[in-house]
Design a protein around this ligand. Sequence first.
Ligand SMILES: Cc1ncc(COP(=O)(O)O)c(C=O)c1O
Length: 393
Amino acid sequence: MTDWQELERKYLMNTFKRQPVTLVRGQGARVWDDQGKEYLDFVGGWAVNVLGHAHPEIVAAVSEQARTLIHTSNQFYTVPQIRLAELLIENSCFDKVFFCNSGAEANEGAVKLARRYGSLHLNGAYGVITALNSFHGRTLAMVAATGQPKFQQHYAPLPEGFVNVEYNNVEAIKRATGSETCAVMLEAVQGEGGVNVPADDYLKEVRSWCDEQGILLILDEIQTGMGRMGTLFAYQQSGIEPDIMTLAKGLAGGVPTGAFVAKDRVCVFAPGDHGSTFGGNPLACAAGYATLKFILENGVVENCSRVGKYLVAGLDRLSAKFEKIVEVRGRGLLVALEFSSDIAESVLKACLEEGLLLNVVKPNALRFMPPLIIGESEVDEAIGILERVLARA
Ligand SMILES: Cc1ncc(COP(=O)(O)O)c(C=O)c1O
């Protein structure tokens, strides 16, 4: 049998801390490795597989589009791009969209748009305030935006114009705001930073401050969007509307794509100001349209909200039983379990043995981000495995 992991070590750059599992197939919330072993997938492709694996609507849309037209270029109009744009805009508070290929790229575009707005309406202001512990992507500018020194070291000099301040603290944003500031960029809930849920009024206060200062609010919903919080977008729960929102991950159910959407008054790009070869590609947009349409028409968001609460209740039960659990936090189906010590990696490995895939978000915390279509029985199964593992740990 081919040793894929040996070949990976030979041919790929050593950037990912991979688990020793080679996945070859998926169906719903389950995946199988090359030895035929089955796993319950609570990683969900890092919050991408919102409809699970091999969802029939996505498979049909991608197959049909692949047979019809995979790629042209943005020199021409293409129908899937326009259909997805209409569906996104008609189901959000925004007016226009730009499609790209990843989360980092969506955030780059959003910052470029904010700077373009700054150059036109804010005397050339270019600065963007972001939060400590945030995660906005791996391009150089997004590394500067990401308020985590471990991602920034080794890459100096980073692009100028980013200030990282404490999350969930509007005063810190106020102190960092200057005449050079054009925008504040935040996650609605910090995902990679450890599933950090801010106070209920945080985004409202930030919104008021941005309005007072005439600066823009960019919400990075790359991880929280597409239903994961129990509403289609997280901003809908916070009582505010951002000026710009970024999406990727679940947007096309697993086909790489990203987008930023904005209010009309902020859409200041002129032809040639921004672009992309692959962005809005017919194949990706057909997948995106099928994904979003299914989410909207089949109660996926409601399911996520209900099953998310069920998952938290199950984890709370484990927390009452095991002293080593110190906190259960999250919203919808983005949940973290924090331990009193750095045992997340060993718990993850034991769960893997038992057929449950999880993610270590911090040395002392596990993250759960399963497909949004899972049911209570899959949660019961996952909790059962965790309970057995924690009893031994
Ligand atoms: C909130 C957030 N923003 C941006 C990104 C970067 O997305 P990508 O890896 O697609 O560039 C991520 C990825 O985890 C993310 O969680």
